[in-house]
Design a protein around this ligand. Structure first.
Ligand SMILES: Nc1ncnc2c1ncn2[C@@H]1O[C@H](COP(=O)(O)OP(=O)(O)OP(=O)(O)O)[C@@H](O)[C@H]1O
Ligand SMILES: [Mg+2]
Length: 271
């Protein structure tokens, strides 16, 4: 499927700049709970890097540290040479985060949600904004939803609007939190293609938190598996085809065992 990112991407004042991300000794505690434990990662400029792991393992918290929305208990995150925790960094790096739940403004239409950032940052005039917004919506097959409000959309549509909003921000660093959850298989494949095509055309560094094994193994350059707040393994997708570590193997290819004692308990409960 041919996908054409907005022409304005290549006209961005940030064109040509792309940033790597370095996470060094990152530990995060919420009260007495340790959620990230000495996390070390290096994402190279222009890479598509996937982060996979069980629910609750710390993926979203890690992504929020990169976005400067959470602050380390110890260790640090750098975007290129800049400290991710420094508020000034957001003025130097165009960073877009596609939130797990969309994080749209409920009082704004889909169109105005997308137009907000270019209006606030005076990226171009209203005609230019309209062109960008409609192009981004067309990439995500959302043209007809432009006038709708978030409450009128399905979960999958909200997710696509959140991705379209990230596109109009002309990012140099794109962070996606579960971009394909709640989407049907065809739309999931389209999102994977968009992530890959954007990187190809704009060299944007893309960090993708996902449970979607197909997405991770088909489009990423490298991936990391995080379990219980620790990085268990990092490598190229082909290095994860037949993982030897039983915990990783079971996570990537879970086996449904109908003889599991838990099913037995359920059966007994219904007798
Ligand atoms: N602001 C917070 N205060 C306290 N605990 C938090 C906070 N944010 C996250 N946590 C806890 O940190 C742990 C990791 O959460 P996180 O959202 O990173 O998981 P995840 O790997 O993204 O899971 P999922 O795949 O379900 O989205 C969870 O136990 C969660 O309850
Ligand atoms: Mg999460």
């Amino acid at each position: 499927m041919a996908i054409t990112p907005p022409a304005s991407f290549t006209a961005s004042p940030f064109t040509g700049k792309t940033f790597g991300v370095t996470v060094t000794g990152l530990t995060k505690k919420f009260g007495s709970a340790t959620v990230l434990r000495d996390v070390n990662l290096e994402v190279k400029p222009g890479e598509i890097f996937c982060i996979m792991g069980p629910s609750g393992s710390g993926k979203s918290v890690l992504l929020k540290h990169i976005a400067g929305l959470e602050f380390a208990t110890s260790g640090e995150v750098r975007i290129g040479e800049y400290d991710a925790a420094d508020p000034e960094t957001r003025a130097k790096v165009h960073l877009a985060l596609v939130f797990q739940a969309g994080a749209l403004f409920n009082s704004l239409s889909v169109y105005d949600n997308l137009a907000l950032y270019p209006r606030e940052h005076r990226l171009c005039n209203e005609a230019g904004i309209r062109e960008r917004v409609m192009h981004a919506l067309s990439i995500l097959s959302l043209e007809k939803a432009a006038a709708k409000f978030p409450s009128e959309l399905s979960g999958g549509m909200r997710k696509r609007v959140a991705i379209a909003r990230a596109l109009v921000m002309e990012p140099q660093l794109l962070l996606y939190d579960e971009p394909t959850s709640e989407l049907d298989p065809v739309m999931s494949a389209t999102i994977s293609e968009i992530i890959a095509t954007l990187r190809e055309q704009t060299a944007v560094t893309s960090i993708v938190v996902t449970h979607d094994r197909d997405l991770a193994l088909s489009i990423c350059d490298r991936l990391a598996i995080i379990m219980d707040g620790r990085i268990k393994a990092t490598g190229r997708p082909d290095e994860f085809r037949n993982p030897k570590d039983p915990a990783i193997a079971n996570f990537l290819t879970p086996v449904i065992d109908l003889k599991n004692p838990r099913f037995k308990q359920l059966e007994n409960a219904h007798e």
